[in-house]
Design a protein around this ligand. Structure first.
Ligand code: BGC
Length: 261
């Protein structure tokens, strides 16, 4: 055999690519869609500032270029997304509102097939399929606690997209202004104090939707043993398992299966 550049790797058809667009970082990775595991390293580039649609699209294109991926791509946004159009913008530039994100990314990636969905919805798909709820039938609700609160509702594996429970008003205040993990930090609250607010939010969701299981996601779910035992709501709460890969995995899965809003 001749020496030289090795041939590009070949993957089974059960491989996809996901990109998770957040307020501080844009992260992408190749995903084994039979296991929900990343293949190789996650690629991370800081979110451009201002995080306008064109600047973010160029960043996503750079990640795809570095990964040498040529297939379809799933992409999350911290936005309500209907029919590929971003309808809100939390922690990204407000010029996203009304942008046809699917058309924008598709053009930036050489006219390829792209699927765009809300970040929490993508994480919910991943946890429901491969993570904390992998064997749980019925109604599963993922709630992510970060700068804001995101939500994903799945019934027997089927997503009800764009639920935005973080904006639900509880006693005159939006849920995410009460119980996002950023509020804990800002007020320098103990886990015990913060868990009171989280319980209030989960209890309100329970009263309206009666889930079988809550999954708690976001960075603070890494310290779940410090606060999940303090919650006073009725429904079992488990910590997300895929952690910082859930958005990437769920986006790749959605692109492959068409499980999209
Ligand atoms: C946004 C959601 C998003 C969540 C987490 C909320 O403020 O409204 O669309 O899923 O933050 O990023």
């Amino acid at each position: 055999m001749t020496q030289g550049t090795p041939p590009p790797p070949t993957y089974s058809t059960d491989v996809g690519f996901g990109v998770d667009v957040g307020g501080s970082g844009v992260k992408g990775g190749l995903v084994d869609l039979t296991t929900g595991q990343l293949i190789g390293d996650r690629i991370k580039i800081l979110t451009p500032q201002p995080s306008t649609p064109d600047a973010v699209a160029a960043t996503v294109a750079e990640i795809i270029r570095q990964a040498k991926w040529e297939g379809p791509v799933g992409i999350t946004l911290p936005s309500v997304v209907t029919g590929g159009v971003a309808r809100t913008a939390a922690n990204i530039d407000s010029s996203w509102i009304g942008t046809d994100a699917r058309a924008l990314f598709s053009t930036a990636l050489g006219e390829r097939h792209v699927t765009v969905l809300n970040d929490a919805d993508a994480a919910g798909i991943a946890e429901d399929r491969f993570g904390a709820a992998a064997d749980t039938p019925g109604l599963v609700i993922l709630v992510t606690f970060g700068t804001g609160i995101g939500s994903a509702i799945l019934h027997n594996g089927v997503l009800l997209p764009n639920t935005e429970l973080g904006h639900m008003e509880i006693d005159g205040m939006e849920a995410e202004h009460r119980a996002a993990s950023s509020i804990k930090e800002k007020n320098d609250w103990s886990y015990k104090r913060w868990a009171r607010e989280v319980s209030l939010v989960l209890e309100r969701i329970e009263a309206l939707l009666w889930p079988d299981l809550f999954i708690a996601g976001g960075g603070i779910s890494r310290k779940h043993e410090k606060w999940i035992p303090l919650l006073t709501n009725d429904t079992p709460v488990v910590a997300a398992e895929l952690r910082n890969t859930a958005g990437i995995v769920g986006a790749a899965y959605a692109a492959k299966t068409g499980a999209t809003p």
